[in-house]
Design a protein around this ligand. Structure first.
Ligand code: SF4
Length: 247
């Protein structure tokens, strides 16, 4: 079985609770959502996978998609996995590739000791259940309706979080100029209901496409203070790799 991979590279984790940790990133094609601020969603399957030749150079080799399990494991082994904190499955939405992942992850675990770090939009509950035993850390985005043209996934996020209980995890919420206090409160109350001690990260949107989407420091600080009245651990962390200009 093969899979379409967009890119593979070694860099620092630029978001959330594990910011600064060295990871190998395995970026999968495709997503089931369409957040207005997205900078990684692509419409067409990539004909080849970009593999960074040397970390930090931005120079790539290219390998024809789809990649087979054995091929992918061999590529990953070239990244000296022992010196990395974990392998980040990212996207797009990695859980769309669950049929591949449920064969690939056990094989990878047999061949390496690398921890598996899933970056997910927290909407594909059944798919999560299929690979949960192979995951070590979950970075779960909770999407606010204002990021998705009004569509709400908050109850789906609740189920996703319930399924993740027992795993090391944190939740990330992107704060944009459209974020409403009420939807954010609804989201935080769901988290409080299911897993009150889980760390939450507010990530101010990086205004890549439109500078008008930026959020003022005062707004973020106010929202954090209100959130801390509901949950004990709410941090504000921007996209550090974007600030530094890393992949
Ligand atoms: S869930 Fe992530 S990859 Fe998908 S559209 Fe939203 S920001 Fe983009």
């Amino acid at each position: 079985m093969g899979v379409n991979v967009t890119e593979i590279f070694s860099s620092i984790q630029g978001e959330g609770l594990f910011v600064g940790c060295r990871q190998v990133f395995l970026r999968f094609f495709n997503c089931n959502l369409n957040c207005f601020y997205c900078d990684t969603r692509i419409e067409e399957p990539p004909s080849s996978c970009c593999i960074e030749k040397e970390p930090g150079t931005g120079e790539f080799d290219y390998q024809q998609n789809p990649l087979e399990i054995r091929e992918l494991i061999n590529i990953l082994k070239n990244f000296s996995l022992k010196t990395h904190h974990s392998l980040s499955l990212t996207g797009g939405e990695p859980l769309l590739q669950v049929n591949f992942l449920k064969e690939f992850l056990p094989e990878l675990k047999k061949n390496t000791e690398i921890k598996i770090f899933l970056e997910t939009n927290g909407t594909l509950v059944e798919e999560l259940g299929e690979i949960l035993p192979f995951l070590d850390i979950l970075a779960v985005d909770f999407k606010l309706p204002s990021s998705l043209g009004g569509k709400s996934y908050l109850e789906t996020h609740r189920s996703f979080l319930q399924k993740s209980l027992g795993k090391k995890a944190f939740i990330k919420i992107i704060i944009t100029h459209l974020t409403q206090e009420e939807e954010l409160k609804d989201c935080l109350l769901i988290i409080k209901d299911v897993s009150p001690l889980i760390p939450v990260v507010f990530q101010p949107v990086t205004p890549v496409k439109d500078k008008n989407t930026a959020v003022s420091p005062k707004r973020i600080i106010d929202l954090q203070m209100k959130a801390l009245g509901i949950l004990p651990e709410v941090r504000v962390i921007p996209q550090v790799h974007k600030i530094l200009g890393y992949l």
